[in-house]
Write a protein that binds this ligand. Structure first.
Ligand SMILES: *[C@@H]1O[C@H](CO)[C@@H](O)[C@H](O)[C@H]1NC(C)=O
Length: 251
């Protein structure tokens, strides 16, 4: 064969290799679907010092979906949903729950201010290990959400926190909106700041930090979600690397 012809045949593979070296290929997709009766403004935050995703915040109307298609194959980070958002008189975008404090719809590297229900991910590249993912109420609860592995990972566990924990939130943990209704439920650690609730000090290991009467309120409502820091056994899930995920609000 003409060596030039074989070069042209190779081009698509060279392009693929180049994009893999650039860290973009084998990318995962993070999709979002809003089944709540209210608008949700999702936010995303990359862990560690890696770059942020192409979208760190956007508006998702009732019934709407949105996908971030260029999530790096080894991404780790979290996503959440903000509620009760509006632009205030000074032009700042602010939310009643899970605000990221950026003053904009994009969070730009800022995380959710608790309480916030979190979808957490540590992704592995296809063929090189397992993704880990969980729904976490360690930073409290603001809205129901689920994580559904997609495509090749569709047999993996799809953890869901579908209950409205706000409706059973004890008053000492409750965050109320302007109309007096409970819009979010703090973790006991945030509200009461004691070592047995925060798993700090003498309670700083999985052996010495058992569930508490407060964490059990969250666990009763959402058995597949983290209710406190060391709740790994029943709350951390894994699926083959390379899987994509759907986050559904109010599943
Ligand atoms: C949890 O236990 C603490 C300490 O015994 C108690 O003060 C608190 O009222 C309890 N809260 C609930 C919601 O049961």
């Amino acid at each position: 064969m003409d060596p030039r012809a074989s070069f042209y045949l190779l081009l698509p593979f060279l392009a693929l290799l180049a994009s893999m070296l650039a860290g973009g290929a084998g990318a995962a997709t993070l999709s979002f679907s809003n089944k709540c009766s209210y608008t949700v403004w999702p936010g995303t935050l990359t862990g560690g010092s890696s770059g942020q995703l192409s979208s760190t915040g956007f508006e998702l109307a009732t019934g709407a979906s949105f996908s971030i298609n260029d999530v790096p194959a080894t991404w780790s980070g979290r996503a959440w949903g903000r509620t009760g958002c509006a632009t205030d008189a000074s032009g700042k975008f602010v939310c009643a729950t899970a605000d990221c404090g950026s003053g904009q719809v994009s969070c730009n590297g800022a995380g959710a201010i608790p309480p916030a229900t979190l979808a957490e991910f540590t992704l592995a590249a296809a063929g090189s290990g397992q993704d880990s993912y969980d729904v976490s109420l360690v930073d409290g609860f603001n809205l129901p959400l689920s994580i559904t592995p997609q495509g090749s990972g569709s047999g993996c566990t799809a953890p869901s926190c579908a209950a409205n924990v706000n409706s059973v939130c004890p008053s000492e943990l409750a965050v109320k909106g302007s109309d007096g209704s409970v819009v979010a439920c703090k973790s006991a650690c945030l509200a009461l700041n004691q070592p047995q609730y925060c798993c700090t000090g003498a309670y700083g290991t999985s052996e010495t930090c058992p569930p508490t009467n407060y964490s059990m309120i969250f666990k009763d409502q959402c058995p597949q979600a983290y209710s406190y820091a060391y709740d790994d056994k029943t709350s951390l899930f894994s699926c083959a690397g390379g899987t994509s995920y759907l986050i559904t609000f109010c599943p």
